[in-house]
Design a protein around this ligand. Structure first.
Ligand code: ATP
Length: 365
C-alpha cells in the first residue's frame, strides 16, 4: 500500500506563521462559480487561515459590467498577489472571445495543471480507492489558439509542442512524484500518428525520466490509456499529458470518482498559482444553489497548502471526507438533496467538531 503523502505541493510560497494575513485574488467567475467559490471561502475562513481577499470580476460577468472579460483591475490584482482562487469562466463554443482561462494561464506562465483525482468513501462509484494525479501541460499544444481559414471550407489549427515546455512539465511530474512518494509516471500520447509533436513530447519525458530512476516510467497511447483507465484505474499513478489530452482525460478521471463536482485543481508557475476546480460553469444548474462545492473546497485546500498551512489543508480535507462518509449531506449530483450552502456548513461543522474533540483529548487529566 502507498504511504500517505505528508502534503502535496511542489512550489511552496514560503512558510508563514498562523497570524500573518496574505493577499489572494478571488475570482468568483460565471455560472455556478460564485456559489461554489462562496462555499470554499467560508470553509477556508473556518480553517483559521487568514486571507485578505481581493475580489475581482472576469469572464462574462466582467464583460457585462466593464465591457471586457479581462479588466485591467484583474490583471493588476494578479500581478500584485500572484495567487488566486478562481471560479469557472464562461467560454462560448465556436464563437466569441478567446478563453480567459487559457489567457490567464499563458499570461502568468502557469505551466503546470495539477488535478488530484481521488475517490471518497461514501461516494458510490464503480471503483473504490481511485488515486490518480493528472499533470497537464498548460501553455501550448492546440490551446495556442492558432487557427485560420486556408480557403472557404478548409481551416487549419496549429499544434505547438516545444522541447522547453515538454521538459518543464515532465520535470514537474517527476518532481511531484518523488516528493509525494508516488511510484510511477505514465506519459500519455499519440506519437504513432503525431510523430513529430507527440514524438518530441515523449523524447523530453524520456530524458527527464532518466534522472528519476526511483520512479517507474511508462508510456501509453491516449486511446488505449482511456480504455485502461475505465477498466483498471489502479494501474496508473501520475499521468503526464499535453494540454488537450490532459483536459479530456481529466474529465474521464473525474467520472471515476463521482463527477466534476469532486475534482480540484491548481495551475502552478514558478512565481504564482491559480487554484480552480476542474469543472466549468455548469449552466444547467447555475443559480439553483445545488452545485457540488467539494471540488472548489478541495481547490481551496490546495491553496491553503501552497500558502504553507499544511495542517489547515489536512483539516479541510478531513472534514470533507467526514461529511461525504456520513452520506447525509450531499448535493444532487451525488444523489442527495442538500444545497451548496448546506454542504459547506456541514464541512465547517465537521472541522469545528474535529477541533473541539482534539482539544478535549489534549486536556490534561
Ligand atoms: P463550460 O463550457 O464552462 O466548461 P460545460 O457545461 O461545458 O461548461 P461543465 O460546466 O463542466 O461543462 O458541466 C458539465 C456537466 O457537469 C453539467 O451537467 C454540470 O451540471 C455538471 N457539473 C459541473 N460542475 C458541477 C458541480 N460543481 N456540481 C454538480 N454538477 C456539476
Amino acid at each position: 500500500m502507498r504511504r500517505k503523502p505528508k502534503h502535496e505541493i511542489l512550489f511552496l510560497n514560503g512558510k508563514r506563521n498562523g497570524d500573518e494575513s496574505v493577499a489572494v485574488t478571488l475570482i468568483p467567475g460565471d455560472g455556478v462559480g460564485p456559489e461554489v467559490i462562496g462555499a470554499a471561502v467560508k470553509v477556508i475562513e473556518a480553517s483559521g487561515v487568514r486571507i485578505e481577499w481581493d475580489r475581482q470580476e472576469a469572464g462574462a460577468a466582467a464583460l457585462k459590467r466593464y465591457g471586457t472579460p479581462v479588466p485591467d483591475a484583474l490583471i493588476s490584482s494578479l500581478r500584485r498577489t500572484r495567487i488566486a482562487l478562481k471560479g469557472p469562466l464562461e467560454t462560448r463554443v465556436g464563437e466569441g472571445y478567446r478563453s480567459i482561462n487559457v489567457y490567464l494561464r499563458k499570461t502568468f506562465d502557469l505551466f503546470a495543471n495539477l488535478r488530484p483525482t481521488r475517490s471518497f468513501p461514501g461516494v458510490s462509484t464503480r471503483f473504490a480507492n481511485v488515486d490518480l494525479i493528472v499533470v497537464r501541460e498548460n501553455t501550448e499544444d492546440l490551446y495556442a489558439g492558432i487557427e485560420h481559414q486556408v480557403t472557404p471550407g478548409v481551416v487549419e489549427s496549429v499544434k505547438i509542442i516545444t522541447a522547453r515546455a515538454s521538459t518543464r512539465i515532465a520535470r514537474f511530474a517527476f518532481e511531484f512524484a518523488r516528493r509525494n512518494d508516488r511510484k510511477s509516471v505514465t506519459a500519455i500520447h499519440k506519437a504513432n500518428i503525431m510523430k513529430l509533436s507527440d514524438g518530441l513530447f515523449l523524447k523530453c519525458a524520456r530524458r527527464v525520466a532518466a534522472d528519476y530512476k526511483d520512479i517507474k516510467y511508462s508510456e501509453q497511447i491516449v486511446d488505449a490509456a482511456c480504455m485502461r483507465l475505465v477498466i483498471d484505474p489502479s494501474s496508473f499513478d501520475v499521468l503526464l499529458l499535453e494540454n488537450l489530452y490532459g483536459d479530456i482525460v481529466s474529465d474521464l478521471c473525474a467520472g471515476l470518482v463521482g463527477g466534476l463536482g469532486m475534482v480540484p485543481g491548481a495551475n502552478y508557475g514558478d512565481r504564482g498559482a491559480i487554484f480552480e476546480a476542474v469543472h466549468g460553469t455548469a449552466p444547467d444548474i447555475a443559480g439553483k444553489g445545488v452545485a457540488n462545492p467539494v471540488a472548489a473546497i478541495l481547490s481551496g485546500a490546495m491553496l491553503v497548502e501552497y500558502l504553507g498551512h499544511q495542517e489547515a489543508a489536512l483539516r479541510i480535507r478531513a472534514a470533507v471526507a467526514t461529511v461525504l462518509r456520513g452520506r447525509r449531506v450531499r448535493t444532487p449530483d451525488l444523489g442527495g438533496k442538500s444545497s451548496t450552502d448546506e454542504v459547506a456548513a456541514a464541512i465547517v461543522r465537521a472541522m469545528k467538531h474535529a477541533a473541539s474533540s482534539s482539544a478535549h483529548l489534549a486536556k490534561p487529566e
